[in-house]
Design a protein around this ligand. Structure first.
Ligand SMILES: Cc1cc2nc3c(=O)[nH]c(=O)nc-3n(C[C@H](O)[C@H](O)[C@H](O)COP(=O)(O)O)c2cc1C
Length: 200
């Protein structure tokens, strides 16, 4: 018997993952927010995301009927609301009002973006696949919005300003120290030095 690993029951141990607030609405109805961690980028061109939502969530029917959802990236200032929207249901209350969040219209979408969040990705549902516990919604990202104060002087997104956090098996963690960048392992010494300084 190989002793290199302890064999566990197959499970969803992938970590860390994002925790985002997804806003959704049927036209003319009060919008809702649901916190989701089973979220991913699944294609670059066209840009696409997936979300996995249990059928019993109030949001499930809204996203299915409207054919759209808006992923809102969450900074640490939105952490409390992110958790709250993941434990309370829109069946019982208006989570925008309960969390003091602002619904900002997204052109062409019934679902608003969350005005306090640094970035939104408005997605049109392309397909729904029943997986078992969750339904997988594949969405094409049709609109992206970034808060002006999250941009740097040269007009690029400054991710450091967003103070993003990650979700790791039941707990939320701040993203802290920058350790490297894409390709740093093979970067020329001068590039490595300059880029690492920029990251600090
Ligand atoms: C950090 C976190 C991540 C969650 N991820 C998911 C998820 O990926 N899929 C899901 O169906 N529910 C997830 N939930 C649970 C829903 O957010 C929760 O059941 C929520 O109250 C449903 O709201 P609704 O009934 O208004 O749709 C998560 C909750 C938290 C706190």
């Amino acid at each position: 018997m190989d002793q290199s690993f302890v064999a566990l029951k197959p499970g969803t141990l992938l970590a860390p993952v994002p925790a985002v607030m997804v806003s959704c609405a049927r036209a003319g109805e009060t919008p809702n927010i649901v916190t989701l961690a089973w979220v991913g980028t699944v294609n670059s061109d066209p840009p696409m995301c997936s979300i996995s939502v249990r059928k019993e969530r109030f949001s499930h029917g809204i996203i299915r009927d409207s054919g759209e959802f808006v992923i809102n990236l969450c900074g640490q200032d939105q952490l409390r609301a992110t958790d709250y929207c993941g434990v309370k249901s829109g069946r019982d209350e208006d989570k925008f009002a309960a969390c003091g969040l602002t619904a900002v219209p997204v052109p062409g979408f019934a679902a608003p973006a969350i005005g306090e969040c640094p970035v939104y990705l408005a997605c049109r549902v392309q397909s729904i696949q029943e997986l078992g516990s969750h339904d997988l919604f594949l969405g094409v990202i049709e609109r992206v919005g970034v808060k002006p104060d999250m941009m740097d002087a040269s007009g690029r997104i400054d991710y450091g300003k967003m103070r993003l956090f990650a979700y790791n098996h039941g707990n939320y963690y701040a993203l802290g120290q920058a350790l490297g960048f894409f390709g740093y392992s093979v970067a020329a010494p001068d590039v490595l030095e300059r880029r690492m300084k920029e990251l600090k």
